[in-house]
Write a protein that binds this ligand. Structure first.
Ligand code: SF4
Length: 539
């Protein structure tokens, strides 16, 4: 069996749309030099190549010369740069950058760089049976993990038409066989669908099959992104390289992420922004709304500028318009969306019941654009909807979903992605499976959320809780922050009443607010909010 490794190197842009980071320095070398040096140490291969666009052939050859690897790695200018689904995948992956799979549309991190048409071209050109696909921004590619995948493929033979590991993004790759690649091209599938749930293709989870190469659980359970494709990613790797050396292993990196050694980020990764507490479902049983929330409304959208500009200075930050009301009821929603986009923030999502869809909001969805609209539907029938939300609006929401779809098509816009979500609880349990399959089929994505009692604001649910048995430090606190519509910055969205304030986001710089967030480990077990919270384990 002839197995070759192909490193896909885009010298123009990153998957997220920023300028390519391949030639940016990271420790003692540039990003691509790290990746190439690591690729050269992968054992068991019949060849290695650097796949680029024809226009980048000279840059690729120079990178190999500089790395002293020109005689060991060939340049293949076979990438035509066509990525017809990239905008779509970008909007889907932004919300799961640290996960190798489980993103919207069934996308995985492999879809960030594996284009089946290009893989097929390389396989044909080299006459090989399988291609180990990796990305040029993988400055922390683990040669031992990749060598293990190659050996595993040789041993498994036809029993493994493709091979993957559960390593977090950046540490390993995807081994694609010739037939699997042909199938992907013919069916116009992306690689992620090989390892995702689709109701049309019922099967066991591939992680239980021979196609999954087992790895150290410390690595498999890590949810950090180890790619040098953003400023944050390069800073994270630079800190790790300084600590463990530039040849450090996946286990070193993932062990650090689990321990207390990870450097603190001066800004939150994701901000939830509340525009209003008005809501078309004031009597819903699934969220605190109506009289259960103090009245708040964003008065001056321009006040958001400093916060958004601070976030936009990083190339991977996210803003979710949500809070304890429906953002679509705020008359200046479109202006807020435009401000977020103008600031350079990477991802913009909106959570809504979609009971009301003003024309201006619909327009903003496609023109700003909004990456993701999560529709908190919570039912698969009008009867369940009425029962859990106290209003007969199921058909209205379906009609509004159709309006979004029509607007998308009319503008030939990939955005926004639409994902309907259902809160898993006793009242919705019978709807759960048909709901999930229905929306996966319709929009390619569906979300199941756990029931949240908001630290005792809502009654407990009758279903067995999903909470792990051993309480650990909150997994949300290090990543997120919530900005209330009245100016309050609070730890997280569990603080419905806005009691535990870090400051006023209209006045205080984001770094100051962030610095006021306590370390998750330091929160006392009897804290009035956190001690009653069942959401601490959800990232
Ligand atoms: S434990 Fe709960 S209430 Fe406390 S910070 Fe985490 S998510 Fe918020």
């Amino acid at each position: 069996m002839k197995i070759v490794a192909a490193m896909f190197a885009d010298f123009q842009e990153t998957f997220l749309g920023g300028p390519s980071q391949l030639t940016m320095s990271l420790g003692g070398r540039v990003v691509l030099a790290h990746a190439l040096a690591r690729l050269s140490r992968v054992a068991g291969l019949d060849g290695r190549c650097l796949v680029v666009r024809p226009s980048d052939q000279d840059a690729a050859a120079a990178a190999l010369r500089d790395a002293g690897l020109a005689d060991r790695i060939d340049v293949l200018p076979l990438d035509d740069g066509r990525r017809p689904r990239r905008a779509l995948f970008r909007s889907a992956r932004k919300w799961s950058l640290g996960s190798w799979r489980g993103a919207l549309l069934g996308t995985t991190w492999f879809d960030e760089y594996v284009e089946p048409m290009v893989v097929a071209r390389v396989l044909d050109q080299l006459g090989c049976d399988a291609l180990l696909c990796v990305d040029g921004h993988q400055a922390a590619l683990d040669p031992a993990l990749c060598s293990r995948m190659v050996a595993y493929q040789r041993e498994a033979g036809d029993a493994a038409p493709f091979v993957f590991t559960q390593a977090p993004p950046g540490l390993a790759g995807l081994l694609l066989g010739r037939q699997t690649t042909r199938d992907l091209v013919e069916q116009n599938w992306h690689a992620g669908l090989l390892v995702s749930y689709r109701p049309e293709v019922p099967r066991m989870d591939p992680i239980t099959k021979p196609v999954c190469c087992r790895i150290d659980p410390v690595v498999a359970q890590c949810s950090e992104r180890w790619l040098a494709d953003t400023t944050t990613g390069r800073a994270r790797l630079a800190a790790a390289f300084a600590r463990f050396g530039e040849d450090c292993s996946a286990a070193d990196l993932c062990g650090q992420a689990r321990g207390a050694g990870a450097p603190a980020d001066p800004l939150p990764t994701e901000i939830e922004l509340e525009l209003t507490t008005d809501d078309p479902l004031p009597r819903t049983t699934l969220r605190p709304r109506g009289e259960r929330v103090p009245t708040r409304r964003l008065e001056e959208p321009q006040a958001l500028r400093p916060i958004l500009e601070a976030l936009g200075g990083c190339d991977d930050r996210l803003v979710v318009l949500a809070g304890h009301g429906d953002p679509l009821l705020h008359p200046q929603l479109a202006e807020v969306c435009r401000l977020v986009r103008a600031s350079g923030v990477c991802g913009l999502a909106i959570e809504t019941s979609l009971v009301e869809l003003p024309d201006a909001a619909l327009e903003a969805f496609t023109t700003c654009p909004v990456d993701l609209v999560e529709v908190r539907l919570d039912a698969n029938t009008a009867e369940t909807y009425r029962r859990v939300h106290g209003r007969d609006a199921f058909d209205l929401v379906l009609a509004n979903l159709q309006r979004i779809e029509s607007a998308r098509r009319a503008r030939h816009s990939p955005a926004p992605l639409v994902a309907c979500s259902l809160t898993r609880c006793a009242a919705t349990l019978d709807d759960l499976e048909p709901f999930y399959d229905r929306w996966i089929r319709t929009f390619g994505s569906a979300l199941i959320r756990g029931y949240n009692d908001y630290c005792g604001v809502l009654p407990a649910d009758g279903l067995l809780a999903c909470e792990p048995p051993v309480r650990e430090p909150c997994r949300r606190l290090p990543e997120r922050m919530m900005l209330l519509a009245d100016g309050g910055a609070v730890w997280c969205h569990q603080d419905v009443a806005g009691v535990h304030r870090l400051g006023d986001w209209r006045r205080d710089p984001l770094t100051t607010l962030r610095a006021a967030v306590p370390a998750a480990e330091s929160i006392p077990p009897d804290h009035p909010l956190c001690s009653r919270c069942h959401e601490w384990y959800r990232p």
